[in-house]
Design a protein around this ligand. Structure first.
Ligand SMILES: [Zn+2]
Ligand SMILES: [Zn+2]
Length: 229
């Protein structure tokens, strides 16, 4: 029984710690690695943990950091070469942009440390999500994005505000108007998209009306594909 492969969120968290540690400090007794192992176990990504006792334990976590040593060209020693394609991808994406990595990792951790929000995000259905989540910022922040733009009272306010100002609910990107095309059944229908970049989302960011844009379903999907490029 093998545990699932590390996903992007997990790799981001591990890489964030990696860049703060000297190679000699990468071992399973390092309190920082133990703390990371605990954080990873709280991440609401995997419901299925075939080998729960060993799931992201301190040993496995320190091995992941040793994988980065093998990828890291600035390291002259030897790391563990058994890294995944995704490990290398994420490493290359962030090796020259550690500040962004830290920001994203910090925001992911802020969500993990908020059990209620984590739970809410976990209950978000995957409906409409044929696009596999591969957002640079990981799954959790992408889910937070979706959660934020489905905030009913805010969506309601946004629509009311827009309706008052423009007296229609046409897509702000392409002008499609559900009511015009579909008649009565389309009345009042439009989706809401959160414009803020994913890396800026954290537990304590408050969504404002101007962060939201009203979009038709097609444009909304395309905006989400852009997030997942
Ligand atoms: Zn549109
Ligand atoms: Zn959206």
């Amino acid at each position: 029984m093998r545990n699932p492969k590390w996903n992007r969120d997990e790799i981001i968290l591990a890489l964030d710690l990696y860049f703060t540690l000297e190679p000699g400090k990468i071992h399973s007794r390092n309190p920082k690695i133990i703390a990371l192992s605990e954080t990873l176990n709280k991440l609401p990504s995997f419901i299925d943990k075939p080998d729960a006792a060993r799931f992201r334990n301190a040993n496995g976590t320190s091995m992941k950091l040793s994988n980065f040593l093998a990828i890291d060209q600035t390291y002259s020693g030897q790391g563990m070469a058994s890294f995944s394609k995704l490990d290398k991808e994420v490493f290359d994406e962030f090796k020259n942009d550690i500040p962004s990595l830290s920001k994203i990792a910090g925001n992911i951790k802020s969500i993990i440390n908020d059990p209620n929000l984590s739970k809410e995000l976990n209950t978000l259905s995957e409906e409409n999500d044929v696009d596999k989540v591969s957002a640079k910022e990981g799954q959790i922040l992408y889910k937070l994005h979706k959660y934020r733009e489905r905030n009913h009272s805010l969506v309601h306010k946004k629509k009311a505000y827009h309706l008052k100002k423009h007296s229609n609910l046409a897509c702000e990107l392409c002008g499609f108007d559900f009511e015009k095309t579909y008649g009565e059944v389309g009345k009042g229908f439009i989706e809401c998209h959160h414009k803020s970049p994913l890396y800026t989302l954290a537990v304590d960011t408050i969504t404002k009306l101007e962060d939201l844009i009203l979009v038709c379903s097609n444009c909304h999907r395309m905006e989400h594909r852009k997030l997942n490029l």
